[in-house]
Design a protein around this ligand. Structure first.
Ligand code: DGT
Ligand code: CA
Ligand code: CA
Ligand code: ZN
Length: 574
Protein backbone atom coordinates (compact mmCIF):
# COMPACT_ATOMS: atom_id res chain seq x y z
CA UNK A 1 0.00 0.00 0.00
CA UNK A 2 1.27 3.42 -0.97
CA UNK A 3 1.64 6.33 1.44
CA UNK A 4 -0.87 8.26 -0.62
CA UNK A 5 -3.43 5.61 0.14
CA UNK A 6 -2.85 5.79 3.90
CA UNK A 7 -3.12 9.58 3.66
CA UNK A 8 -6.33 9.41 1.67
CA UNK A 9 -8.05 7.18 4.25
CA UNK A 10 -7.03 9.54 7.07
CA UNK A 11 -8.24 12.62 5.17
CA UNK A 12 -11.52 11.00 4.27
CA UNK A 13 -12.12 9.97 7.86
CA UNK A 14 -11.30 13.48 9.06
CA UNK A 15 -14.03 14.75 6.73
CA UNK A 16 -16.54 12.30 8.18
CA UNK A 17 -15.45 13.23 11.71
CA UNK A 18 -16.24 16.81 10.90
CA UNK A 19 -19.75 15.87 9.85
CA UNK A 20 -20.07 13.96 13.09
CA UNK A 21 -18.89 17.01 15.04
CA UNK A 22 -15.88 15.26 16.56
CA UNK A 23 -13.29 17.12 18.56
CA UNK A 24 -11.45 19.66 16.37
CA UNK A 25 -8.08 18.81 17.84
CA UNK A 26 -8.48 15.18 16.90
CA UNK A 27 -9.61 16.01 13.39
CA UNK A 28 -6.57 18.24 12.92
CA UNK A 29 -4.27 15.49 14.10
CA UNK A 30 -5.67 13.22 11.36
CA UNK A 31 -5.20 15.88 8.72
CA UNK A 32 -1.67 16.74 9.85
CA UNK A 33 -0.71 13.09 9.85
CA UNK A 34 -2.18 12.66 6.36
CA UNK A 35 -0.12 15.56 5.02
CA UNK A 36 3.04 14.32 6.73
CA UNK A 37 2.61 10.78 5.42
CA UNK A 38 1.92 11.95 1.88
CA UNK A 39 5.06 14.08 1.99
CA UNK A 40 7.45 11.58 3.54
CA UNK A 41 9.78 9.61 1.29
CA UNK A 42 9.90 6.58 3.59
CA UNK A 43 7.18 4.01 2.93
CA UNK A 44 4.76 3.63 5.83
CA UNK A 45 4.04 0.03 4.93
CA UNK A 46 7.71 -0.88 5.22
CA UNK A 47 8.18 1.05 8.44
CA UNK A 48 5.30 -0.90 9.96
CA UNK A 49 6.89 -4.19 9.01
CA UNK A 50 10.38 -3.28 10.09
CA UNK A 51 10.91 -3.92 13.83
CA UNK A 52 13.83 -1.46 13.82
CA UNK A 53 11.63 1.45 12.88
CA UNK A 54 8.56 3.21 14.21
CA UNK A 55 6.02 5.20 12.21
CA UNK A 56 6.05 7.72 15.04
CA UNK A 57 9.40 8.83 13.57
CA UNK A 58 7.29 10.71 11.01
CA UNK A 59 6.59 14.13 12.49
CA UNK A 60 2.85 14.53 13.10
CA UNK A 61 2.33 10.81 13.65
CA UNK A 62 1.65 10.03 17.32
CA UNK A 63 0.78 6.78 19.06
CA UNK A 64 -2.94 6.99 18.23
CA UNK A 65 -2.36 7.52 14.51
CA UNK A 66 0.34 4.82 14.56
CA UNK A 67 -2.25 2.31 15.77
CA UNK A 68 -4.63 3.45 13.06
CA UNK A 69 -1.94 2.98 10.41
CA UNK A 70 -1.27 -0.54 11.67
CA UNK A 71 -4.95 -1.35 11.37
CA UNK A 72 -5.13 0.07 7.84
CA UNK A 73 -2.13 -2.00 6.77
CA UNK A 74 -3.77 -5.10 8.17
CA UNK A 75 -7.29 -4.80 6.86
CA UNK A 76 -7.60 -1.69 4.73
CA UNK A 77 -9.72 0.28 7.19
CA UNK A 78 -9.95 1.11 10.89
CA UNK A 79 -12.50 1.22 13.64
CA UNK A 80 -13.42 4.90 13.70
CA UNK A 81 -13.76 4.94 9.91
CA UNK A 82 -16.01 1.88 9.94
CA UNK A 83 -18.20 3.43 12.62
CA UNK A 84 -18.60 6.62 10.62
CA UNK A 85 -19.30 4.76 7.40
CA UNK A 86 -22.06 2.86 9.22
CA UNK A 87 -23.51 6.07 10.57
CA UNK A 88 -23.54 8.01 7.31
CA UNK A 89 -24.56 6.86 3.82
CA UNK A 90 -21.74 5.95 1.43
CA UNK A 91 -22.81 8.98 -0.61
CA UNK A 92 -21.58 11.22 2.20
CA UNK A 93 -18.00 11.08 0.98
CA UNK A 94 -19.10 12.10 -2.48
CA UNK A 95 -21.25 14.90 -1.10
CA UNK A 96 -18.19 16.33 0.63
CA UNK A 97 -16.75 16.93 -2.82
CA UNK A 98 -19.69 19.16 -3.72
CA UNK A 99 -18.59 22.76 -3.36
CA UNK A 100 -20.65 25.00 -1.13
CA UNK A 101 -21.44 22.20 1.29
CA UNK A 102 -18.97 21.87 4.10
CA UNK A 103 -19.18 19.15 6.73
CA UNK A 104 -21.23 21.41 9.00
CA UNK A 105 -23.97 22.01 6.44
CA UNK A 106 -23.98 18.33 5.58
CA UNK A 107 -24.47 17.44 9.22
CA UNK A 108 -27.52 19.72 9.29
CA UNK A 109 -28.89 18.15 6.12
CA UNK A 110 -28.39 14.62 7.40
CA UNK A 111 -30.25 15.45 10.59
CA UNK A 112 -33.27 16.83 8.69
CA UNK A 113 -33.57 14.63 5.64
CA UNK A 114 -33.24 11.07 4.52
CA UNK A 115 -30.28 11.70 2.27
CA UNK A 116 -28.40 8.84 0.65
CA UNK A 117 -27.04 9.89 -2.71
CA UNK A 118 -26.04 12.91 -4.77
CA UNK A 119 -29.32 12.44 -6.63
CA UNK A 120 -31.24 12.90 -3.36
CA UNK A 121 -29.28 16.06 -2.69
CA UNK A 122 -30.05 17.38 -6.16
CA UNK A 123 -33.74 16.74 -5.64
CA UNK A 124 -33.73 18.62 -2.33
CA UNK A 125 -32.22 21.64 -4.05
CA UNK A 126 -34.62 21.48 -6.98
CA UNK A 127 -37.56 21.34 -4.59
CA UNK A 128 -36.11 24.27 -2.63
CA UNK A 129 -36.03 22.33 0.61
CA UNK A 130 -32.73 23.82 1.73
CA UNK A 131 -34.32 27.23 2.11
CA UNK A 132 -36.30 26.03 5.12
CA UNK A 133 -33.11 25.40 7.08
CA UNK A 134 -31.18 27.98 9.10
CA UNK A 135 -28.45 29.86 7.18
CA UNK A 136 -29.30 28.19 3.88
CA UNK A 137 -30.98 29.94 1.00
CA UNK A 138 -31.76 30.05 -2.70
CA UNK A 139 -28.19 31.12 -3.51
CA UNK A 140 -26.78 28.03 -1.84
CA UNK A 141 -29.27 25.80 -3.64
CA UNK A 142 -28.13 27.21 -6.97
CA UNK A 143 -24.50 26.84 -6.06
CA UNK A 144 -24.97 23.24 -4.98
CA UNK A 145 -26.86 22.42 -8.19
CA UNK A 146 -24.06 23.93 -10.25
CA UNK A 147 -21.39 22.01 -8.43
CA UNK A 148 -23.34 18.76 -8.69
CA UNK A 149 -23.32 19.23 -12.46
CA UNK A 150 -19.60 19.93 -12.33
CA UNK A 151 -19.02 16.90 -10.12
CA UNK A 152 -20.89 14.59 -12.49
CA UNK A 153 -18.86 15.85 -15.41
CA UNK A 154 -15.60 15.12 -13.63
CA UNK A 155 -16.58 11.96 -11.75
CA UNK A 156 -14.56 9.01 -12.90
CA UNK A 157 -11.89 11.13 -14.58
CA UNK A 158 -8.29 11.55 -13.46
CA UNK A 159 -5.58 14.13 -13.95
CA UNK A 160 -3.10 13.51 -16.74
CA UNK A 161 -0.29 13.73 -14.18
CA UNK A 162 -1.82 10.88 -12.19
CA UNK A 163 -1.99 8.82 -15.38
CA UNK A 164 1.68 9.59 -15.94
CA UNK A 165 2.59 8.38 -12.46
CA UNK A 166 0.63 5.15 -12.80
CA UNK A 167 1.87 4.51 -16.35
CA UNK A 168 5.50 4.95 -15.27
CA UNK A 169 5.08 2.74 -12.25
CA UNK A 170 3.28 -0.06 -14.09
CA UNK A 171 5.67 0.02 -17.03
CA UNK A 172 8.65 -0.41 -14.71
CA UNK A 173 6.83 -3.08 -12.71
CA UNK A 174 5.82 -5.14 -15.75
CA UNK A 175 9.38 -4.95 -17.01
CA UNK A 176 10.66 -6.23 -13.70
CA UNK A 177 8.05 -8.90 -12.95
CA UNK A 178 7.27 -10.20 -16.40
CA UNK A 179 10.29 -9.16 -18.40
CA UNK A 180 8.01 -7.07 -20.62
CA UNK A 181 10.24 -4.47 -22.25
CA UNK A 182 7.79 -2.91 -24.67
CA UNK A 183 4.87 -1.49 -22.75
CA UNK A 184 3.30 1.60 -24.29
CA UNK A 185 0.47 3.76 -23.02
CA UNK A 186 -2.20 4.59 -25.61
CA UNK A 187 -5.64 6.22 -25.33
CA UNK A 188 -6.33 9.73 -24.10
CA UNK A 189 -3.15 9.53 -22.02
CA UNK A 190 -0.99 9.30 -25.13
CA UNK A 191 -2.94 12.11 -26.74
CA UNK A 192 -2.13 14.23 -23.70
CA UNK A 193 -5.71 15.02 -22.78
CA UNK A 194 -5.81 16.98 -19.54
CA UNK A 195 -7.92 14.30 -17.86
CA UNK A 196 -8.18 10.60 -18.61
CA UNK A 197 -11.07 8.19 -18.15
CA UNK A 198 -8.87 5.13 -17.94
CA UNK A 199 -5.35 4.05 -18.80
CA UNK A 200 -4.85 1.91 -21.91
CA UNK A 201 -1.59 -0.04 -21.94
CA UNK A 202 -0.27 -2.17 -24.79
CA UNK A 203 2.46 -4.78 -24.47
CA UNK A 204 4.25 -6.58 -27.24
CA UNK A 205 7.26 -8.84 -27.69
CA UNK A 206 8.92 -10.81 -24.92
CA UNK A 207 6.92 -11.03 -21.71
CA UNK A 208 3.74 -9.47 -23.11
CA UNK A 209 1.50 -12.40 -22.13
CA UNK A 210 3.19 -12.77 -18.75
CA UNK A 211 2.48 -9.10 -18.12
CA UNK A 212 -1.26 -9.82 -17.95
CA UNK A 213 -0.82 -12.02 -14.87
CA UNK A 214 1.76 -9.71 -13.38
CA UNK A 215 -0.60 -6.73 -13.64
CA UNK A 216 -3.35 -8.59 -11.81
CA UNK A 217 -0.85 -9.27 -9.01
CA UNK A 218 0.35 -5.68 -8.59
CA UNK A 219 0.08 -4.61 -4.91
CA UNK A 220 -1.94 -1.46 -5.75
CA UNK A 221 -4.48 -3.36 -7.83
CA UNK A 222 -7.68 -3.54 -5.79
CA UNK A 223 -9.85 -5.53 -8.19
CA UNK A 224 -9.42 -7.63 -11.32
CA UNK A 225 -12.32 -6.77 -13.60
CA UNK A 226 -11.47 -9.37 -16.20
CA UNK A 227 -8.59 -11.39 -17.55
CA UNK A 228 -8.40 -13.32 -20.81
CA UNK A 229 -5.79 -14.53 -23.27
CA UNK A 230 -4.88 -11.11 -24.57
CA UNK A 231 -6.33 -8.61 -22.17
CA UNK A 232 -6.51 -7.79 -18.49
CA UNK A 233 -8.61 -5.04 -16.90
CA UNK A 234 -8.04 -3.95 -13.32
CA UNK A 235 -8.85 -1.21 -10.83
CA UNK A 236 -5.75 0.55 -9.55
CA UNK A 237 -5.34 2.45 -6.28
CA UNK A 238 -7.87 3.88 -3.89
CA UNK A 239 -9.45 6.19 -6.43
CA UNK A 240 -10.15 3.23 -8.69
CA UNK A 241 -8.45 4.15 -11.96
CA UNK A 242 -9.25 1.45 -14.51
CA UNK A 243 -6.22 0.06 -16.34
CA UNK A 244 -6.64 -2.01 -19.50
CA UNK A 245 -3.60 -3.98 -20.63
CA UNK A 246 -3.51 -5.71 -24.01
CA UNK A 247 -0.88 -8.18 -25.19
CA UNK A 248 -0.27 -7.96 -28.93
CA UNK A 249 1.80 -9.71 -31.60
CA UNK A 250 4.53 -7.53 -33.08
CA UNK A 251 3.16 -7.64 -36.61
CA UNK A 252 -0.01 -5.81 -35.60
CA UNK A 253 1.43 -3.61 -32.87
CA UNK A 254 1.30 -0.44 -34.97
CA UNK A 255 -2.33 -1.02 -35.91
CA UNK A 256 -3.28 -1.65 -32.28
CA UNK A 257 -1.36 1.39 -31.07
CA UNK A 258 -3.06 3.50 -33.71
CA UNK A 259 -6.50 2.10 -32.89
CA UNK A 260 -6.23 2.35 -29.11
CA UNK A 261 -4.67 5.79 -29.19
CA UNK A 262 -7.81 7.17 -30.77
CA UNK A 263 -9.48 9.46 -30.58
CA UNK A 264 -12.59 7.71 -31.70
CA UNK A 265 -13.36 10.68 -33.96
CA UNK A 266 -9.91 10.56 -35.52
CA UNK A 267 -10.25 6.81 -36.09
CA UNK A 268 -13.65 7.14 -37.71
CA UNK A 269 -12.31 9.74 -40.13
CA UNK A 270 -9.23 7.63 -40.85
CA UNK A 271 -11.29 4.52 -41.56
CA UNK A 272 -13.44 6.57 -43.93
CA UNK A 273 -10.32 7.62 -45.80
CA UNK A 274 -9.14 4.00 -45.95
CA UNK A 275 -12.48 2.88 -47.33
CA UNK A 276 -12.36 5.48 -50.09
CA UNK A 277 -8.96 4.04 -51.04
CA UNK A 278 -10.30 0.47 -51.16
CA UNK A 279 -8.71 -0.44 -47.82
CA UNK A 280 -9.99 -1.55 -44.43
CA UNK A 281 -8.39 -0.41 -41.21
CA UNK A 282 -8.87 -2.07 -37.82
CA UNK A 283 -6.79 -2.87 -34.74
CA UNK A 284 -5.10 -5.78 -36.55
CA UNK A 285 -3.88 -3.94 -39.60
CA UNK A 286 -4.59 -2.19 -42.86
CA UNK A 287 -5.67 -4.52 -45.69
CA UNK A 288 -6.97 -4.36 -49.26
CA UNK A 289 -10.72 -4.91 -49.51
CA UNK A 290 -10.60 -6.84 -52.79
CA UNK A 291 -8.27 -9.66 -51.74
CA UNK A 292 -7.73 -9.17 -48.01
CA UNK A 293 -3.96 -8.72 -48.44
CA UNK A 294 -2.41 -6.83 -45.53
CA UNK A 295 -0.51 -3.72 -46.54
CA UNK A 296 0.54 -2.36 -43.14
CA UNK A 297 0.26 -2.98 -39.40
CA UNK A 298 3.59 -3.30 -37.61
CA UNK A 299 4.14 0.43 -37.14
CA UNK A 300 1.96 3.51 -37.10
CA UNK A 301 4.21 5.19 -39.63
CA UNK A 302 3.60 2.56 -42.29
CA UNK A 303 -0.15 2.71 -41.73
CA UNK A 304 -0.32 6.48 -42.12
CA UNK A 305 2.04 6.28 -45.11
CA UNK A 306 -0.12 3.66 -46.84
CA UNK A 307 -3.03 6.05 -46.41
CA UNK A 308 -1.05 8.82 -48.10
CA UNK A 309 -0.46 10.67 -44.84
CA UNK A 310 2.47 11.90 -42.81
CA UNK A 311 2.61 10.33 -39.34
CA UNK A 312 0.33 12.37 -37.09
CA UNK A 313 1.50 13.15 -33.54
CA UNK A 314 -0.98 11.68 -31.01
CA UNK A 315 -1.77 15.11 -29.51
CA UNK A 316 -3.33 16.17 -32.81
CA UNK A 317 -5.56 13.14 -33.26
CA UNK A 318 -8.89 14.74 -32.46
CA UNK A 319 -10.27 15.07 -36.00
CA UNK A 320 -9.73 18.80 -35.96
CA UNK A 321 -8.16 19.12 -39.40
CA UNK A 322 -5.06 17.04 -38.73
CA UNK A 323 -5.86 14.43 -41.39
CA UNK A 324 -6.23 17.09 -44.07
CA UNK A 325 -3.01 18.73 -42.91
CA UNK A 326 -1.16 15.39 -42.97
CA UNK A 327 -2.39 14.78 -46.51
CA UNK A 328 -1.15 18.11 -47.80
CA UNK A 329 2.17 18.34 -45.95
CA UNK A 330 0.68 21.00 -43.68
CA UNK A 331 1.25 19.51 -40.23
CA UNK A 332 2.95 21.89 -37.81
CA UNK A 333 6.41 21.07 -36.51
CA UNK A 334 5.18 20.78 -32.93
CA UNK A 335 7.10 22.18 -29.98
CA UNK A 336 9.00 19.66 -27.85
CA UNK A 337 10.00 19.63 -24.19
CA UNK A 338 13.64 20.11 -25.18
CA UNK A 339 12.78 23.41 -26.89
CA UNK A 340 11.96 25.13 -23.59
CA UNK A 341 14.91 27.18 -22.34
CA UNK A 342 13.52 28.75 -19.22
CA UNK A 343 10.62 28.52 -16.78
CA UNK A 344 9.08 31.89 -16.04
CA UNK A 345 6.41 31.38 -13.36
CA UNK A 346 7.36 30.00 -9.94
CA UNK A 347 6.99 30.74 -6.25
CA UNK A 348 9.36 30.67 -3.29
CA UNK A 349 9.16 30.65 0.46
CA UNK A 350 8.77 34.45 0.32
CA UNK A 351 5.10 33.64 -0.29
CA UNK A 352 3.54 30.19 -0.57
CA UNK A 353 6.36 28.22 -2.21
CA UNK A 354 8.33 25.57 -0.36
CA UNK A 355 11.88 26.43 -1.44
CA UNK A 356 14.21 29.41 -1.44
CA UNK A 357 15.27 31.52 -4.38
CA UNK A 358 18.62 29.74 -4.41
CA UNK A 359 16.98 26.31 -4.38
CA UNK A 360 14.67 27.21 -7.24
CA UNK A 361 17.65 28.53 -9.20
CA UNK A 362 19.47 25.25 -8.61
CA UNK A 363 16.39 23.33 -9.75
CA UNK A 364 16.25 25.46 -12.90
CA UNK A 365 19.89 24.68 -13.60
CA UNK A 366 19.19 20.97 -13.08
CA UNK A 367 16.47 21.21 -15.74
CA UNK A 368 19.13 22.52 -18.11
CA UNK A 369 17.52 25.94 -18.37
CA UNK A 370 19.29 29.17 -19.30
CA UNK A 371 16.99 31.30 -17.18
CA UNK A 372 14.08 31.33 -14.76
CA UNK A 373 11.79 34.01 -13.41
CA UNK A 374 10.74 34.07 -9.77
CA UNK A 375 7.17 35.31 -9.61
CA UNK A 376 5.81 35.29 -6.09
CA UNK A 377 2.32 36.43 -5.16
CA UNK A 378 1.23 39.99 -4.42
CA UNK A 379 -0.40 41.22 -1.23
CA UNK A 380 -4.05 40.56 -2.14
CA UNK A 381 -3.26 36.91 -1.55
CA UNK A 382 -2.83 37.47 2.16
CA UNK A 383 -3.22 33.76 2.80
CA UNK A 384 -0.10 33.21 0.75
CA UNK A 385 1.77 36.03 2.53
CA UNK A 386 1.74 38.03 -0.71
CA UNK A 387 4.34 40.78 -1.24
CA UNK A 388 3.55 44.45 -0.73
CA UNK A 389 5.31 47.29 -2.59
CA UNK A 390 8.20 47.41 -0.15
CA UNK A 391 8.91 43.70 -0.35
CA UNK A 392 8.52 43.75 -4.16
CA UNK A 393 11.19 46.42 -4.49
CA UNK A 394 13.48 44.77 -1.96
CA UNK A 395 13.17 41.47 -3.81
CA UNK A 396 14.02 43.02 -7.19
CA UNK A 397 17.13 44.65 -5.68
CA UNK A 398 18.16 41.42 -4.04
CA UNK A 399 17.98 39.50 -7.32
CA UNK A 400 19.91 42.23 -9.14
CA UNK A 401 22.62 42.16 -6.51
CA UNK A 402 22.97 38.38 -6.40
CA UNK A 403 23.26 38.11 -10.18
CA UNK A 404 25.90 35.57 -11.20
CA UNK A 405 26.00 33.92 -7.74
CA UNK A 406 22.78 32.12 -8.66
CA UNK A 407 24.47 30.24 -11.50
CA UNK A 408 21.60 30.85 -13.91
CA UNK A 409 19.99 34.04 -15.18
CA UNK A 410 17.18 34.86 -12.76
CA UNK A 411 14.59 37.43 -13.75
CA UNK A 412 12.91 39.22 -10.88
CA UNK A 413 9.19 38.87 -11.35
CA UNK A 414 5.82 38.95 -9.68
CA UNK A 415 2.50 37.21 -10.14
CA UNK A 416 0.45 40.29 -9.45
CA UNK A 417 -3.21 39.94 -8.56
CA UNK A 418 -5.80 41.59 -10.73
CA UNK A 419 -8.22 43.11 -8.26
CA UNK A 420 -11.96 42.88 -8.70
CA UNK A 421 -12.09 46.21 -10.53
CA UNK A 422 -9.12 45.41 -12.76
CA UNK A 423 -6.64 47.55 -10.83
CA UNK A 424 -3.27 45.89 -10.34
CA UNK A 425 -2.60 44.90 -6.75
CA UNK A 426 0.82 46.65 -6.71
CA UNK A 427 1.60 50.30 -7.51
CA UNK A 428 3.01 50.94 -10.95
CA UNK A 429 6.35 52.36 -9.73
CA UNK A 430 7.03 49.19 -7.74
CA UNK A 431 6.06 46.99 -10.71
CA UNK A 432 8.48 49.01 -12.81
CA UNK A 433 11.38 47.74 -10.68
CA UNK A 434 10.75 44.19 -11.84
CA UNK A 435 11.90 42.36 -14.96
CA UNK A 436 8.67 40.47 -15.51
CA UNK A 437 5.10 40.90 -14.31
CA UNK A 438 2.44 38.22 -14.69
CA UNK A 439 -1.12 39.43 -14.11
CA UNK A 440 -3.51 36.82 -12.71
CA UNK A 441 -7.07 36.56 -11.46
CA UNK A 442 -7.30 34.76 -8.11
CA UNK A 443 -10.62 36.01 -6.75
CA UNK A 444 -14.19 37.02 -7.67
CA UNK A 445 -14.48 34.31 -10.30
CA UNK A 446 -18.20 34.69 -10.83
CA UNK A 447 -18.34 38.27 -12.09
CA UNK A 448 -20.66 38.84 -15.04
CA UNK A 449 -18.80 38.13 -18.30
CA UNK A 450 -18.87 41.80 -19.31
CA UNK A 451 -17.38 42.89 -15.99
CA UNK A 452 -14.75 40.13 -16.13
CA UNK A 453 -13.78 41.22 -19.64
CA UNK A 454 -13.39 44.85 -18.52
CA UNK A 455 -11.44 43.72 -15.48
CA UNK A 456 -8.82 41.85 -17.51
CA UNK A 457 -8.64 44.54 -20.20
CA UNK A 458 -8.00 47.13 -17.53
CA UNK A 459 -5.25 45.07 -15.93
CA UNK A 460 -3.45 44.91 -19.27
CA UNK A 461 -3.36 48.71 -19.38
CA UNK A 462 -0.55 48.52 -16.84
CA UNK A 463 2.60 49.00 -18.92
CA UNK A 464 4.45 46.48 -16.74
CA UNK A 465 2.23 43.51 -17.44
CA UNK A 466 3.92 41.09 -19.82
CA UNK A 467 2.01 37.84 -19.28
CA UNK A 468 -1.60 36.96 -18.55
CA UNK A 469 -1.36 34.09 -16.03
CA UNK A 470 -3.58 30.96 -16.22
CA UNK A 471 -5.90 32.89 -18.51
CA UNK A 472 -9.21 31.09 -17.84
CA UNK A 473 -8.79 30.20 -14.17
CA UNK A 474 -10.10 26.68 -14.49
CA UNK A 475 -9.10 24.05 -11.93
CA UNK A 476 -9.50 20.61 -13.45
CA UNK A 477 -12.23 18.38 -11.97
CA UNK A 478 -12.99 21.20 -9.58
CA UNK A 479 -13.76 24.63 -10.99
CA UNK A 480 -14.85 25.78 -14.43
CA UNK A 481 -13.19 28.60 -16.32
CA UNK A 482 -14.58 32.03 -15.55
CA UNK A 483 -16.60 33.54 -18.34
CA UNK A 484 -15.43 36.52 -20.38
CA UNK A 485 -14.97 37.62 -23.99
CA UNK A 486 -11.83 35.67 -24.73
CA UNK A 487 -11.32 36.98 -28.26
CA UNK A 488 -11.52 40.60 -27.19
CA UNK A 489 -8.98 40.03 -24.44
CA UNK A 490 -6.62 38.16 -26.80
CA UNK A 491 -6.80 40.91 -29.41
CA UNK A 492 -5.91 43.48 -26.79
CA UNK A 493 -3.10 41.27 -25.49
CA UNK A 494 -1.69 41.03 -29.01
CA UNK A 495 -1.91 44.81 -29.44
CA UNK A 496 -0.11 45.42 -26.16
CA UNK A 497 2.48 42.69 -26.50
CA UNK A 498 1.13 40.74 -23.55
CA UNK A 499 1.84 37.03 -23.81
CA UNK A 500 -0.63 34.31 -22.80
CA UNK A 501 0.48 31.73 -20.29
CA UNK A 502 -0.01 28.03 -20.84
CA UNK A 503 0.09 27.08 -17.19
CA UNK A 504 1.60 23.62 -16.88
CA UNK A 505 0.43 22.91 -13.35
CA UNK A 506 -1.40 19.55 -13.70
CA UNK A 507 -4.46 20.85 -11.84
CA UNK A 508 -4.81 23.77 -14.25
CA UNK A 509 -3.41 23.12 -17.74
CA UNK A 510 -4.73 26.51 -18.71
CA UNK A 511 -5.01 27.48 -21.61
CA UNK A 512 -6.38 24.34 -23.22
CA UNK A 513 -6.12 23.30 -26.86
CA UNK A 514 -9.14 24.95 -28.53
CA UNK A 515 -8.35 28.32 -26.93
CA UNK A 516 -4.66 28.03 -27.79
CA UNK A 517 -5.53 27.49 -31.44
CA UNK A 518 -8.01 30.34 -31.41
CA UNK A 519 -5.50 32.67 -29.75
CA UNK A 520 -2.74 31.69 -32.16
CA UNK A 521 -5.04 32.47 -35.07
CA UNK A 522 -5.51 35.93 -33.56
CA UNK A 523 -1.74 36.45 -33.44
CA UNK A 524 -1.08 35.67 -29.78
CA UNK A 525 2.32 34.71 -28.40
CA UNK A 526 2.67 32.28 -25.51
CA UNK A 527 4.86 31.19 -22.64
CA UNK A 528 4.69 27.73 -21.07
CA UNK A 529 5.43 27.81 -17.35
CA UNK A 530 4.90 25.56 -14.37
CA UNK A 531 3.73 27.86 -11.57
CA UNK A 532 6.02 25.69 -9.43
CA UNK A 533 5.62 25.88 -5.66
CA UNK A 534 8.34 23.28 -5.14
CA UNK A 535 11.54 22.46 -7.05
CA UNK A 536 10.10 19.17 -8.20
CA UNK A 537 7.18 20.92 -9.90
CA UNK A 538 9.53 22.21 -12.59
CA UNK A 539 9.25 18.76 -14.19
CA UNK A 540 5.57 19.48 -14.89
CA UNK A 541 6.67 21.51 -17.91
CA UNK A 542 6.04 18.38 -20.00
CA UNK A 543 2.29 18.65 -19.40
CA UNK A 544 2.26 22.28 -20.51
CA UNK A 545 4.20 21.36 -23.62
CA UNK A 546 1.62 18.68 -24.33
CA UNK A 547 -1.15 21.27 -24.08
CA UNK A 548 0.76 23.50 -26.49
CA UNK A 549 1.15 20.57 -28.88
CA UNK A 550 -2.57 19.86 -28.65
CA UNK A 551 -3.02 23.51 -29.60
CA UNK A 552 -0.82 22.99 -32.71
CA UNK A 553 1.97 25.27 -31.43
CA UNK A 554 5.48 25.30 -32.79
CA UNK A 555 8.54 26.35 -30.81
CA UNK A 556 8.51 29.83 -32.38
CA UNK A 557 5.02 30.50 -30.96
CA UNK A 558 6.37 30.06 -27.43
CA UNK A 559 8.63 32.85 -26.26
CA UNK A 560 10.46 30.91 -23.56
CA UNK A 561 11.94 28.64 -26.21
CA UNK A 562 14.19 31.59 -27.05
CA UNK A 563 17.60 32.19 -25.59
CA UNK A 564 18.09 34.54 -22.70
CA UNK A 565 18.91 37.60 -24.86
CA UNK A 566 15.85 37.23 -27.05
CA UNK A 567 13.64 36.45 -24.11
CA UNK A 568 14.84 39.55 -22.35
CA UNK A 569 14.01 41.61 -25.40
CA UNK A 570 10.54 40.10 -25.52
CA UNK A 571 9.77 41.14 -21.95
CA UNK A 572 11.27 44.63 -22.22
CA UNK A 573 8.79 47.35 -21.56
CA UNK A 574 7.65 49.52 -24.39
P1 DGT B 1 -10.87 8.27 -22.00
O1 DGT B 1 -10.37 6.94 -21.56
O2 DGT B 1 -12.30 8.49 -21.76
O3 DGT B 1 -10.05 9.40 -21.46
O4 DGT B 1 -10.68 8.37 -23.59
P2 DGT B 1 -9.96 7.36 -24.60
O5 DGT B 1 -9.82 8.11 -25.87
O6 DGT B 1 -8.73 6.79 -24.00
O7 DGT B 1 -11.07 6.27 -24.85
P3 DGT B 1 -11.14 4.72 -24.48
O8 DGT B 1 -10.27 4.35 -23.34
O9 DGT B 1 -12.60 4.41 -24.35
O10 DGT B 1 -10.64 4.00 -25.79
C1 DGT B 1 -9.29 4.10 -26.20
C2 DGT B 1 -9.24 4.26 -27.68
O11 DGT B 1 -9.74 3.09 -28.31
C3 DGT B 1 -10.11 5.37 -28.22
O12 DGT B 1 -9.47 6.62 -28.17
C4 DGT B 1 -10.33 4.91 -29.62
C5 DGT B 1 -10.41 3.43 -29.48
N1 DGT B 1 -11.81 3.02 -29.41
C6 DGT B 1 -12.45 2.57 -28.33
N2 DGT B 1 -13.73 2.28 -28.62
C7 DGT B 1 -13.90 2.58 -29.91
C8 DGT B 1 -14.99 2.51 -30.83
O13 DGT B 1 -16.11 2.12 -30.49
N3 DGT B 1 -14.76 2.93 -32.09
C9 DGT B 1 -13.55 3.37 -32.50
N4 DGT B 1 -13.36 3.79 -33.73
N5 DGT B 1 -12.52 3.48 -31.67
C10 DGT B 1 -12.67 3.06 -30.41
CA1 CA C 1 -8.61 5.55 -22.06
CA1 CA D 1 -9.93 1.99 -22.23
ZN1 ZN E 1 -1.71 32.03 -10.00
Amino acid sequence: MENREFARLLEETADLMEIAGDDGFRIRSYRNAAAAIAGTPARVEEMLRNPERKVTEIPGVGKGIAAVLGEIAERGSFERRDELLRKYPPGALEMLKIQGLGPKSLAVLFSHFELKTIDDLEKLCQEHKLQDLPRMGAKLEEKVLRSIAQYRKSAGRFLLSYGARVAAELTAYLGEKAGARQVTAAGSYRRGRETIGDLDLLATGVGAREALDALAGHPSVTEVLGKGENKASVKYGGEGLQVDLRALPEESFGAALQYFTGSKEHNVALRGRAQRMGLTLNEYGLARVEDGVRVAGATEEEIYAALGLAWIPPELRENQGEIEAAASGGLPKLIEVGDVRGDVHMHTRETDGRATLEEMAAAGRAMGYEYIAITDHSKALAMANGLDEKRVVAFARRVRKMGPELGIRVFSGLECDIRKDGVMDIEEDALAELDLVIASVHSHFSLEPAAMTERILRAMESPSVRILGHPTGRVLLHRDAYAYEFERVVKEAVRRGVMLEINASPERLDLHAPLIRLAKALGARFVISTDAHDPKHLANIRFGVQMARRGWLEARDVINTQGVEEFQKAIQKS
